[in-house]
Design a protein around this ligand. Structure first.
Ligand code: PBG
Length: 411
């Protein structure tokens, strides 16, 4: 049995052999009395003004003690509250901190020259290019250093093969060029996936047969889609993208995009892989914003379950992560955010790469709606949520609240 120092009282050190003891045992030694002789708390020790007026009789709480000054004393030596007693100490002991530089700010852009509201995402807009530039400038002046653009493409440009996704004169290349021209220090991220350009509303090309699920649907084709994704990524890199972020969940796309970028001389363009992207109902408002939901007319099912991950699974996220790392991803992403913090932690503990988290549209909509009803304090809830992403292990946070949160942090 180890000798173990258990305390000092009135300058007298007390040694005790057994580390597992009860409070009674400590008190007994400190007081030099038997526990049965410890006097119960006298009800006069705390003044009524300190605890408010009582309309009922006070019971004797026999386990509490009194100290030398006659005050109530719970013989508790370790008191974690001491490190919380002032904002200075709380800040000093904070294990995690979020700064605006951790954020990636997503913006919806369209080809119109005015902005449109998105009913399921209050305070988010489909921006004209001009308005998006203004918004990016404001976010940048608040310390947000990364932005990701999502295009709302007119229906007449959508096809199954989604060829508009690599049009060098398309909306995305245009806005990338503008951003890099005006704010060369801004990190420009792009989404690599076919859905905004697909007349099927899928992230990949759909086969025109019934080779898919249940023998009655078309299949979201993997390798044929990757060919398009490579063209899309190279087109975005040419326009000046710093980071391309494939969100499509096709197998092998990270390696193929890496090779395509490298062979075109874009060895310096990063790939953030949506590693653990789940088939989630939380994406609803985003699909409203871009009118990109799987179409009723699609030959493939109206969900993305044959390529996005099953919310029931976590081990599978490790399989995805191992592949993305082997294929050369620079950073991993988990999506959605709050309901998937366990996955953020899992990837954090199983990779040395930075991990990012996507606080998705449905999560934003829930918080916004509750805030608008006055049911939640928006600022406190949002800032707490950002911190929780950090605590779970995320380095970077993609959130529609990026600019607003940065503003709050700057206050
Ligand atoms: C599409 C894409 C989606 C989101 C980001 N990229 C939607 C989807 O997979 O259906 C959702 C983001 C959000 O909900 O905020 N590749």
């Amino acid at each position: 049995m180890m000798e173990c120092f258990v305390g000092a009282f009135n300058g007298v050190q007390v040694q005790r052999k057994n580390a597992s003891f009860g409070v009674g045992a400590i008190s007994k030694r400190w007081f030099g009395t038997t526990s049965s002789s410890i006097s119960p708390v006298k009800m006069t020790v705390s003044s009524d003004s300190a605890v408010g007026e009582r309309k009922f009789a006070k019971e004797q709480v026999s386990t509490l003690r009194v100290n030398e000054n006659g005050g109530i004393w719970v013989p508790q030596r370790a008191r974690p509250r001491r490190n919380r007693k002032s904002s200075g100490l709380r800040d000093m002991c904070a294990e995690n901190i979020v700064t605006p530089a951790n954020f990636i700010y997503p913006l919806f852009v369209h080809t119109k020259d005015y902005n449109e509201e998105i009913p399921s995402m209050p305070d988010c807009l489909r921006h004209s290019v001009e308005s998006a530039m203004k918004e990016i400038g404001e976010a940048r002046s608040l310390g947000v250093k990364s932005v990701i653009v999502f295009p709302k493409i007119p229906d007449e440009l959508k096809t199954n093969s989604a060829d508009e996704c690599y049009n060098p004169n398309g909306l995305v290349p245009r806005i990338i060029e503008e951003i890099k021209h005006k704010y060369p220090d801004m990190n420009v991220w792009t989404d690599v996936a076919l859905d905004p350009y697909s007349d099927q509303g899928h992230d990949g090309m759909v086969s025109q047969d019934s080779s898919g699920e249940d023998g009655k649907y078309g299949r979201v084709m993997n390798d044929e889609t990757i060919e398009q994704l490579c063209r899309q990524a190279v087109c975005q890199a040419r326009a000046g993208a710093d980071v391309v972020a494939p969100s499509d969940m096709m197998d092998g796309r990270v390696g193929a995009i890496r090779d395509a970028l490298d062979s075109h001389g874009f060895t310096n363009v990063s790939i953030v892989s949506y590693t653990a992207k789940y088939a989630s109902a939380y994406y609803g408002p985003f699909r409203d914003a871009l009118d990109s939901a799987p179409r009723e007319t699609s030959l493939a099912p109206r969900n993305k379950k044959t390529y996005q991950m099953n919310p029931a699974n976590s081990r599978e996220a490790l399989t995805e992560a191992a592949l993305d790392i082997a294929e050369g991803a620079d950073m991993l992403m988990v999506k959605p955010g709050l309901p998937y913090l366990d996955i953020v932690r899992l990837l954090r503990e199983n990779t040395h790469l930075p991990v990012s988290v996507y606080h998705v549209s449905g999560e934003y909509a829930m918080m916004k709606a509750a805030a608008q009803k006055g049911w939640l304090d928006e600022k406190e809830t949002v800032l707490e949520t950002m911190l929780c992403f950090k605590r779970a292990g995320a380095d970077a946070i993609l959130t529609y609240y990026a600019k607003q949160a940065a503003q709050w942090m700057n206050e």
